[in-house]
Ligand binder design. Structure first.
Ligand code: NAD
Length: 279
């Protein structure tokens, strides 16, 4: 069975180790989440990515409580939603998430979106810095931050984000953001790593998959992993949950990586971070 010894870990800028492959639960209804997370834990996943806005932190918490996997082998991420941005409201939202998850300490807390027009992400960050200093969360980071949001945050903060979780897949490679992350020692985490399935029918991906006796999803996940990124594919189908973890037995060649690089088409599946300012 796959476990943390076969899923490599990346070392965050504060020394905390994070599994390079985790399980995302966006759009999984709360009453289906515990079963999906249990399937993932049984398959060998140890990192789970949820968010307050997903409405399924309780389902994640039920699966954790029912699991025999020791807490210190798990890596649990959740996110501060836009309407909770601000210093005091972030502290409250963090407590609510922790209570729903049934945890005493979180592994990673992210600001979900910068919502730049609202101008609250620096205050939100101060609250996360405090929670980190108090030991209530092992690492803090951001999500959907563009390079200029990162520069502003880093220039005015004590703690550099450990992670920037952004939309990233062959059709949207977000190269400027990855470069900004690298400048600051921030780990890039890819959300929608499979472009929600939209890149799995590409002929070049299929040809590479056939060559390696792998599936298109496995090929796309390898493309991410070989570039050092963290990925959090989502599925509720047990066979796909297992398939998406079984990606450590083959390696793509440089020309195969380049063929997937060529699929860039500004193919965003979600909103643009600068334009997404809803509370
Ligand atoms: P994804 O790229 O992981 O795609 C998931 C979809 O791809 C599934 O619903 C299924 O239709 C298909 N799929 C999955 N495995 C497959 C396989 N082996 N073969 C064929 N099809 C397969 O998309 P996602 O769920 O949007 O993103 C993954 C995770 O990223 C989310 O669950 C969430 O945790 C996180 N996320 C974060 C943000 C953010 O703003 N920070 C936004 C979106 C998603």
């Amino acid at each position: 069975m796959t476990d943390l010894t076969t899923v490599p870990a990346v070392t965050l800028n504060n020394g905390v180790r994070m599994p390079q492959l985790g399980f995302g639960v966006y759009q999984v209804p709360d009453d289906e989440t515990a079963a999906a997370v249990t399937t993932a834990l049984d398959a060998g996943y140890r990192s789970i990515d949820t968010a307050a806005i997903y409405g399924n932190e309780q389902g994640v918490g039920r699966a954790i409580a029912d699991s025999s996997v020791p807490r210190d082998e798990l890596f649990i991420t959740t996110k501060i939603w836009n309407s909770d941005q601000g210093y005091d409201s972030t502290l409250r939202a963090f407590d609510e998430s922790l209570a729903k998850l049934g945890l005493e300490q979180l592994d990673l807390s992210l600001i979900h979106w910068p919502t730049p027009e609202r101008g609250l992400y620096l205050d939100t960050w101060r609250a996360l810095e405090r929670l980190h200093a108090e030991g209530r969360v092992r690492a803090i980071g951001v999500s959907n931050f563009e390079p200029d949001h990162l520069e502003r945050l880093v220039a005015t903060s004590t703690v550099v984000p450990a992670v920037n979780q952004v939309e990233l897949h062959p059709a949207l490679q977000n190269r400027a953001t990855i470069a900004a992350n690298e400048r600051h020692g921030i780990v890039t985490e890819a959300w929608s790593p499979l472009a929600q399935g939209a890149v799995l029918g590409e002929s070049s991906v299929i040809a590479i998959a056939v060559r390696h006796e792998a599936t298109p999803a496995q090929v796309v996940l390898r493309w991410h992993l070989q570039q050092g990124r963290v990925v959090i594919p989502k599925s509720v189908t047990p066979s796909r949950i297992a398939e998406n973890l079984d990606v450590f037995g083959f390696e793509l060649a440089a020309d195969e990586l380049a063929a997937i690089d060529a699929l860039e088409r500004d193919g965003r599946t979600g909103p643009h971070p600068v334009e997404f300012n809803v509370a």
